[in-house]
Design a protein. Structure first.
Lengths: 298, 358
């Protein structure tokens, strides 16, 4: 099996792709921090999927007799001002965090990729206009821009996702453009074009797949920033609305108790830090494997 | 006849000088166009957010409790019956003449509000960047010269935490530990309540105003209040500046001329500071500029936590009351300052680094 994967002359496209995936995987496994990062992300995903099985209590069930209890064997992270179990809320909060980062990646990365690839492929005035817009967005403060967008759209989780995606795409456009320019004039692109492929087909089938690996690296590295922005919006009351157990909103509710009941605000913060660190580790590992050039530059 | 060649040379030199001067003028012009374009883009974005995104822009300005007359008057005043492009140019004209509209929550022109709150943010971010530079640069240099040492590890960890710790959370934890727990610093706000309003706002920076007025009590009190939020901001810039300094230094220390200097017998200290550090100070200007701009943005969250009456607090208060004129005004000012700092550090880099001059 491994021989088949590592064959130097694969006989099918499937074998080539599988072999490449296998090499990336084994290279990742050699990097201990990347493994830790992957495990943290895996735990996040498992928590999100199996939240009802993992959480010992309901995330919204109130128990006013047991409000503001310190961490104990019964309530690992204590309870909040309505007697809700903070650990259960953190577990359910994984769903919201995962939803936000996935949706932002799904919206922002393709937009950025297409803008960048079109810009790099056609060049000329198309390039100048698209990159002009991209640069304007790049030079804006991201958090402030997201805040202003949410203010106009109204608070809520969908609007938070849209606002973050609007501020996230320009980076991917820059990456895709830089990659596209390096192979725009190469022979395989000319060959495809001579066979009569349309510009759309060349970009979608031949340009974009080659931009994928550096984009995946960048998206993973950006995840920490996206989580922090989302938590910030939640903290300001502009993201997920109560009683949803969003981590940033939980910290904001714990603000009033920070001096005496420190656990209410600190526990969700640890969850944010851990998950952000996980994505950082994984992103660093992926960069070393998929995009060594970029690693050297930094 | 005899001096013809020399006039030829002179005219050649003259035309070279002229072309170089022209290049200089052209690059200044190009730069001005880029900056103007970016500002116009910023205006387009805030215009878009204010007039196009909301379902009813009038409602978002006057609030939903406005009477029919107020609503109609606002609609007229905003000129919403005109084509969008005309509205945009009217908006640009308003902004250029310093008219950002009225804030519905304070009842004053947004420009006046912003001028009043901006110094508080500037003071905090400036102390923050000073902390970041004074600690971050030496730490980065030591980390690069002692690779794998404890300080190198500390910087790695700090760098990672700088990317993954929410600023507002760190602010809360800092308040709980250093204010409530240890009592080392003063609590939220810029000064204690009984000092409030005692200072004549000359610059709006309490540290400067109190010295001008000779009120040393207020100076120390303001510093006491400033220390924690500024240190937290400083932590984020320290993490970034130290990491970048380390990687720039490693780049230089790996160069052959550094080896040559060492072989020549130059002292290690001179190698580090004179040969390796000297060339990177230009790159550092860009890094420091970037993180200063980032601090202005980061202060939005910190100010909310510390009830710091700066532009971030103004913005978040406006967000919660849906005071769109104030939101857009604050966004515009933060965005403009952010762009300015970035462009200025870009220019400084080009002026100081001969390689970047073309």
């Amino acid at each position: 099996m491994i021989d088949w994967l590592l064959d130097d002359s694969p006989t099918s496209r499937l074998q080539a792709n599988m072999g490449r995936a296998w090499r990336v995987w084994t290279a990742l496994l050699r990097n201990p921090l990347a493994v830790v990062g992957a495990l943290i992300v895996l735990v996040l995903v498992v928590m999100a999927i199996f939240a009802p099985l993992i959480a010992p209590y309901s995330p919204v069930g109130q128990d006013l007799a047991n409000r503001l209890m310190p961490p104990s064997a019964e309530h690992w992270m204590g309870t909040d001002e309505l007697g809700r179990d903070i650990y259960s809320r953190v577990v359910y909060g994984a769903r919201i965090t995962l939803l936000i980062v996935t949706m932002v990646a799904v919206i922002a990365a393709p937009i950025g990729l297409v803008v960048g690839a079109v810009s790099g492929y056609f060049g000329g005035w198309v390039d100048r206009v698209l990159m002009g817009v991209t640069d304007i967005f790049l030079s804006m403060p991201k958090l402030i821009l997201a805040l202003a967008f949410v203010a106009a759209l109204g608070p809520g989780i969908e609007n938070a996702i849209i606002a973050i995606a609007i501020t996230a795409w320009p980076v991917y456009a820059r990456i895709a453009r830089a990659e596209t320019i390096t192979f725009r004039d190469s022979e395989f692109i000319s060959a495809v074009r001579l066979q009569g492929a349309s510009a759309t087909r060349v970009i979608l089938r031949h340009v974009l797949p080659l931009c994928a690996s550096s984009t995946i690296v960048r998206v993973t590295l950006d995840m920490a920033g996206i989580i922090l922005t989302a938590a910030g919006l939640g903290f300001l009351g502009l993201g997920a609305q109560p009683p949803l157990p969003e981590w940033g909103a939980m910290i904001s509710r714990g603000r009033n108790f920070i001096l005496d009941q420190w656990w209410v605000a600190t526990m969700p913060g640890f969850a944010i830090i851990l998950v952000s660190l996980g994505f950082c580790f994984l992103g660093d590992g992926l960069r070393d494997v998929l995009d060594p050039k970029q690693g050297e530059k930094q | 006849m005899a001096f013809e060649p020399s006039t030829g040379a002179a005219s050649a030199r003259l035309s070279m000088l002229a072309s170089r001067a022209w290049e200089g003028v052209a690059s200044v012009l190009r730069f001005a166009v880029v900056v103007a374009g970016t500002f116009l883009g910023l205006l387009a974005i805030t215009f878009f957010i204010g007039r196009v995104v909301p379902i009813d822009p009038v409602l978002s300005v006057v609030g939903d409790r406005a009477t029919q007359e107020v609503y109609e008057a606002a609609r007229q005043a905003m000129g919403l019956d005109r084509p969008l492009i005309v509205q945009f140019f009217a908006y640009v004209g308003d902004v250029l003449t310093g008219d950002l509209g009225m804030s519905i929550s304070t009842g004053r022109p947004v420009v006046d509000d912003l001028a009043r709150v901006f110094p508080a943010t500037l003071e905090m971010a400036t102390i923050g960047i000073i902390i970041g530079v004074v600690l971050g640069v030496p730490m980065g240099v030591v980390a690069a010269t002692h690779q794998g040492s404890w300080i190198d590890q500390v910087i790695r960890v700090l760098g990672l935490l700088g990317y993954s710790v929410p600023a507002f959370w760190l602010g809360l934890v800092g308040l709980a530990i250093f204010y409530a727990g240890l009592g080392w610093v003063a609590g939220p706000g810029r000064v204690d309540i009984f000092y409030d309003g005692l200072l004549d706002p000359v610059t709006g920076l309490y540290l400067v105003d109190s010295v001008i007025a000779g009120e040393w009590d207020i100076f120390w009190n303001a510093l006491d209040h400033l220390m924690l939020p500024a240190s937290i901001l400083g932590f984020f810039s320290l993490a970034y500046i130290a990491r970048m300094t380390r990687s720039f230094m490693l780049d230089q220390l790996g160069q052959e001329y550094v080896t040559t200097a060492r072989v020549k017998g130059v002292s290690e200290r001179r190698v580090i500071w004179r040969h390796a550090f000297y060339p990177i100070r230009i790159q550092l200007i860009t890094v420091i500029g970037l993180s200063y701009a980032a601090l202005l943005e980061g202060s939005v969250m910190i100010e909310t936590v510390f009830s710091w009456p700066g532009i971030g607090n103004y913005l978040t208060t406006a967000l919660l009351t849906a005071d769109m004129n104030a939101v857009l005004g604050a966004t515009l000012v933060i965005g403009a300052v952010f762009i300015m700092i970035n462009k200025i550090s870009d220019v400084l880099y080009r002026i100081l680094d001969p390689r970047a001059r073309r």
